[in-house]
Ligand binder design. Structure first.
Ligand code: HEC
Length: 258
């Protein structure tokens, strides 16, 4: 009796394992292949390239911020990119926020301050959809963490526009993108060569801007990354030294007993 139960269980497990193996390639086929690139922030010694971050902020500010918010950041956070207080005040002052109530109980508009969160381009979801053919441009604060293979995916998405293969027709308001799951995205190609004029003189090719804005958004999603990696290395070093010390102590203590 027990033998046959074991047999049935073994067969069921085998069958399930076999089925999952069969199913895996089918699921993988729906997700486009995303090419891996090397980023300054990869690996345990990874850091954000400051110049790329600043250029990426410029791309976000001049192109993406027309449709996408970045509501988890405050203007003050830009100090991590190497900007001084006056620069940050000037960045914030380009935007208006609603504050209040004042002494009369009325809400009022004022210039944004460094302590304010990034101002989103639309007042609410409905307004965002209404301005984008019904599609919702998501907030980009955590985008690099929210998508699998985040940085590589974002770069591939921004550089993945083109004509549909085999002259395929796309519904109105959708664009072919090689990296987007399903290949039909409601965001038109946001970047063209020279979409921005970089203040540091770097030629603004689509590749360059895609790579810079990806670095900026990778920082926005994990502003603590550099600190975390530095701390991780210190902890590893400490543990190594501690291990060596303990090994030496152990040898000393046991040497008396041998
Ligand atoms: C004219 C408005 C507009 C601009 C400008 C724009 N986007 Fe979008 N974006 C959209 C819309 C609309 C969607 C939703 C697309 C969909 O769901 O099909 C979207 C979606 C996205 C997504 C999510 C893709 C996914 O996997 O769901 C990312 C990432 C993105 N945009 C990044 C950017 C970046 C970076 C820039 C600046 C270089 C930018 N966008 C500029 C309208 C815009």
């Amino acid at each position: 009796m027990r033998g046959s139960l074991t047999l049935v269980l073994t067969l069921t497990c085998g069958l399930m394992a076999g089925l999952s193996l069969l199913a895996a390639p089918a699921a993988a086929a729906e997700m486009p292949e995303i090419e891996s690139r090397s980023w300054s922030f990869d690996g345990i010694f990874g850091h954000f390239d400051r110049a790329a971050q600043q250029r990426g902020y410029q791309v976000y500010n001049e192109v993406c911020s027309g449709c996408h918010g970045l509501r988890l950041l405050t203007y003050r956070n830009l100090a991590a990119l190497g900007y001084g207080e006056d620069d940050i005040k000037a960045f914030a002052a380009e935007y208006e926020v609603t504050d209040g109530p004042d002494d009369e109980g009325e809400m009022y508009q004022r210039e944004a301050l460094p302590s304010d969160h990034f101002v989103s381009p639309f007042a609410n979801t409905q307004a965002a959809r209404a301005a984008n053919n019904g599609a919702l441009p998501p907030d980009l604060s955590l985008m690099v963490k929210a998508r699998k293979n985040g940085a590589n995916y974002l770069y591939a998405l921004l550089t993945g526009y083109g004509d549909a293969p085999d002259g395929g027709e796309l519904p109105d308001g959708l664009y072919y993108n090689a990296a987007f799951p399903g290949h039909q995205i409601a965001m038109s190609a946001p970047l063209d060569d020279d979409a921005v004029e970089y203040t540091d003189g770097t030629p603004a090719t689509v590749d360059q801007m895609a790579s810079d804005v990806t670095t900026f958004l990778a920082w926005a999603a994990s502003p603590e990354m550099e600190e975390r990696k530095r701390l991780g290395l210190k902890v590893m070093l400490f543990l190594l030294v501690l291990t060596a010390l303990l090994a030496a102590v152990k040898r000393k203590v046991w040497s008396r007993l041998h």
